[in-house]
Design a protein around this ligand. Sequence first.
Ligand code: NDP
Length: 278
Amino acid sequence: KILVPFVGLVLAFCFYSKEDFNPEMLKGKRVIVTGASTGIGEQMAYHLARMGAHVLITARTEAKLQKVVTRCLELGAASAHFMNGSMEDMALAEDVVKEAKHLWGGLDMLILNHIGYTYFNYFDGDVEHIRKLLEINFLSYVAMTVSALPMLKESGGSILVVSSKAGKIGIPFVAPYSATKFALDGFFSSLRQELIIKNISVSITLCILGHIATETAEKTVSHVMQKPGAPKEECALEIIRSGALRKRELYYPYTAHCLAIDLAQASLLDESLENKAG
Ligand code: NDP
């Protein structure tokens, strides 16, 4: 009973926000999208292309990136380029931003979305895996942000950080991944406040996603999910929309907003596990 008006308010708020968005906002904008060879990143590249933006996409697999660039040009991108390599190399993270400066002379939007491979299972004690994952999923995001900030300050641009419910609450079997996503929240939520204090007009949008039907998610977690994942195309559009509207946070699908329920479930799970163990 208590949740009904709350959910209603959230939905009304989301609907109202949609009214403010116009795809023209992205026309001619210069946008970097990382992890755009597949999944949500690929779909973001296509939406941006349809909106007439300039896109620079990244991932490791050159052949896939080439295909996405070709499709972006067919869909109407103002320009489309790619750079390939692994984001565990901070030099690559910085080079991508330099390439944007070289291509366009500036940058309007930085979309940080890539993730490195991890397992879905009990934590296996491998500290090196966590170190590598932190480099890919967290430190490269910081390195790109540091390099891009001068251009974003000049354009009054935006940073979009793709995170997860696992970056807001503890969920079993994803300890290394969850650690990297919590780190993103800590760093970028703090940086957002510092930018506001310094009166710098660069927005930071943290995107907290629930289960999305991408190939990776289908392979790793779909067998333990009660419902099918939300569509990656709609998710991609919601991320761009939230960034363009300079929102602080996006929760998608909207049920991802019910963290109170998730927290309650997590503590019930803790209790039942303790009872079993006891
Ligand atoms: P995908 O696995 O489909 O895409 C990941 C992208 O990252 C690919 O383009 C991949 O390309 C690239 N990538 C992988 N390893 C590296 C690396 N070492 N260096 C650089 N790029 C790399 O992921 P999703 O689309 O499912 O997820 C996108 C974002 O959404 C992630 O941040 C994820 O945490 C978040 N999210 C997704 C959820 C879901 O259910 N799908 C749920 C919650 C959050 P390549 O292999 O060619 O390098």
